[in-house]
Design a protein around this ligand. Structure first.
Ligand code: ADP
Ligand code: MG
Length: 660
């Protein structure tokens, strides 16, 4: 059916209303100054309170001022989050009275609305990195806006260095008379160490947009809260029943928590009397269908208070009008590396102080407000000041592999915002070389390319990739996942003996790796029966976390054409040989006096008393963890034969022999 034509008068009215809205944003008064500064400078840093209009307005200012066009090149605005890219593009399309995919569009993985007509494109940082592989100098763009710069993900850090380099090359080319437009860079953020960024971008000009922030009363809990969902629920209804009008924004770590709390809030809300003000629960998280995401922006119906239950997406990327109360559980899911196996996944972490203040600020945008922190003041004091850049958190070998896969070959002279020491860079490169991820000229190998596509530390991705050759993918996936959690066992201090006895039947003579496998097989046989887990002192929660990670890895294998079910059956030596291809450096050989000496570094290492190998003698051992207390202890240990080593890492051991 054809849509009825819109009344031109109505369209005009809507445009007027939109223009009025734009004009009252704090950033509007700085419009001329922003345009002039961008005109006069190659790189500009804009710091402004969340909601002041940076992301939606600045690209429009640039366009209106003629600083970008189809002839000069268009505007790209990066976002660390996919939901933000989509929502912001929609909003700006609306503000410019255009349809999405016309003047304004977005590009996120598996979803691209941009077209040849697009002048302002919102895209995730991952997508811009991908475009870089196709168009080295990003000539399509005249202005690149790197938004939410404070997030400091590995991807944004990579972009900082790469875009800065592109700007220099384009400037040189233009100066030499080539038909290339110089590139303009705009860095935006709500909170930022502006000077550090300015220095990195050759003393870029810094602009501060003054936001309007009203005072916000902040409260802490007296005691730590055992259950933040419960505490959130109580706080929401205390506000609702005792405080004046205004919507509530609750920060929760993730989708699961949001869904649970949404159900609870709805149940409680149903018990409110008709005469009372009602409650409307609105969830907001990345995986929510876009049509439902829009609900959070709709004004609450009459006599109703909106309660928005959101992830940290509402912290700085998206601003919701009408918020007067903020409830902050102090946690966030962050894309991070699980340090145990380097699996890149979303993990729940305490937030940083600057995140806490951002959350608090959401309550004071339109009038004074209140923020309830569901943690104690002492807990707050112990939080990190800022989120630690991902490059400092993850394994450097993994970061370098990722850089190389994105087309940065010379990782030593790459322009890092937080430069790792040269020694640690060289060590990481050596590690990649010995794993055969790069060749002797430092170029990525075929294996290295495949390793880079896995969300794991390189040692573990190598094990999974090699498992196809060793015919033990099923076993490798199970063991890698189990190694990702603290312990699948649960040992109460008063029942040590009993716990050890109950688990004895899982013990494998070759050590911990195969013992873990036995436990998982038994767990699957009883379908995770809780009584069985209790009787055998199995930590159900950790096993479940591990199985979750296993599911992710299975999907990665399928995408990489590695059949995940291939099993070596009883030929379990295959499993240990396969692990050695990643962990050949974590090995030690038995000495005549019964001690073990590490192959790398010649250190005496002791087997941890908790290991299945404790007190046993094997020709050699392989371990996943080295803990240093008073002695070098190794954990997660298995028996190996020294003759397996050269096969597992020919490059490494042949070189060693040559250098001896
Ligand atoms: P900043 O980037 O400075 O945090 P934004 O440009 O994202 O600010 O947002 C500016 C204003 O636009 C906000 O105050 C917000 O209320 C409004 N806004 C943004 N997106 C939407 C939307 N989808 N619906 C309604 N209002 C929106
Ligand atoms: Mg923004």
């Amino acid at each position: 059916m054809k849509q009825p034509a819109k009344d031109p008068k109505l369209i005009k009215q809507q445009r007027q209303k939109m223009l009025q809205f734009r004009r009252q944003l704090p950033i509007y008064s700085g419009r001329e100054a922003i345009i002039e500064t961008i005109k006069a400078n190659d790189a500009v840093i804009v710091i402004g309170e969340t909601g002041s209009g940076k992301t939606t307005q600045i690209p429009q200012f640039i366009l209106e001022a003629g600083l970008a066009s189809h002839e000069l090149g268009t505007i790209a605005v990066t976002q660390p989050r996919r939901v933000a890219a989509v929502n912001l593009a929609k909003r700006v399309a609306e503000e410019t009275s255009s349809t999405l995919g016309g003047k304004v569009g977005y590009t996120v993985r598996f979803d691209d609305t941009s077209s040849n007509h697009t002048l302002i494109k919102y895209l995730t940082d991952g997508m811009l990195l991908r475009e870089l592989l196709m168009d080295e100098l990003l000539l399509k763009y005249k202005v690149i806006v790197l938004d939410e710069a404070h997030e400091r993900t590995l991807r944004t850090d990579m972009l900082f260095g790469m875009i800065k380099n592109i700007q220099r090359i384009r400037k040189d080319k233009a100066a030499q008379g080539e038909d290339v437009e110089p590139l303009k860079i705009v860095i935006m953020s709500a909170t930022l160490d502006a000077d550090k960024f300015s220095e990195f971008f050759d003393m870029a000009k810094i602009l501060y947009v003054s936001g309007r922030l009203f005072p916000v009363d902040t409260f802490f809990t007296k005691e730590p809260q055992a259950d933040y969902l419960d505490a959130s629920l109580v706080t929401i209804f205390q506000i609702h029943l005792k405080q004046g009008p205004g919507d509530i924004l609750v920060f929760l770590p993730g989708q699961e928590a949001i869904e649970t709390l949404t159900t609870l809030v709805k149940e409680y809300a149903a018990q409110l009397r008709r005469s009372q003000q009602q409650v409307l629960a609105c969830p907001l998280f990345a995986a929510l269908p876009p049509s439902q995401q829009q609900h959070v922006f709709d004004p609450a119906p009459e006599n109703t208070r909106k309660v928005i239950l959101a992830t940290n997406i509402a912290e700085t990327s998206i601003t919701i009008p009408g918020i007067k109360y903020v409830v902050d559980c102090g946690l966030a899911k962050m894309r991070g590396f699980n340090p145990k196996i380097g699996v890149e996944s979303l993990l729940v972490h305490p937030i940083s102080k600057s995140s806490a203040w951002q959350r608090t600020g959401r309550a004071g945008r339109e009038a004074s407000g209140t923020c309830y922190r569901l943690y104690t003041e002492d807990t707050f004091r112990e939080l990190d000041d800022d989120t630690v850049p991902e490059i400092r958190r993850c394994n450097l070998a993994a970061a370098l592999l990722s850089l190389k896969a994105s087309g940065v070959d010379d990782v030593l002279s790459f322009d890092y915002m937080d430069r790792p020491s040269r020694a640690s860079l060289v060590r990481a490169l050596e590690e990649l070389y010995s794993l055969s991820a790069i060749d002797d000229r430092g170029h990525l190998t075929e294996l290295g390319k495949r390793m880079a596509s896995f969300p794991l530390d390189p040692t573990f991705s190598k094990v999974i990739l090699q498992s196809a050759d060793y015919g033990c993918t099923k076993e490798a996936l199970a063991i890698v996942s189990l190694l990702s959690v603290d312990s699948i066992f649960y040992t109460p201090s008063d029942k040590r003996e009993q716990a050890a006895e109950a688990r004895r039947k899982f013990l494998h003579p070759d050590g911990d790796h195969l013992t873990f496998l036995n436990v998982l097989q038994a767990y699957w046989e009883v379908k995770g029966d809780l009584g069985w887990c209790r009787d055998h002192f199995i930590n159900v929660r950790n096993v479940k976390v591990a199985l979750d990670i296993r599911d992710q890895l299975v999907r990665f294998c399928e995408r990489n054409n590695i059949p995940p079910q291939v099993s070596c059956g009883t030929d379990t030596d295959q499993v240990l040989k396969c692990f050695l291809t990643g962990f050949f450096r974590n090995t030690a050989l038995l000495q005549p006096d019964g001690s073990y000496k590490s192959v790398v570094g010649n250190q005496i290492v002791k087997i941890h008393p908790g290991s299945a190998m404790f007190g046993k003698r094997a020709e050699g051992i392989m371990y996943n963890e080295l803990v240093f207390t008073t002695k070098h202890y190794v954990r997660n240990v298995s028996a190996i034969q020294s003759s397996w080593l050269p096969e597992a890492a020919p490059k490494y051991f042949n070189n060693m022999r040559a250098s001896v």
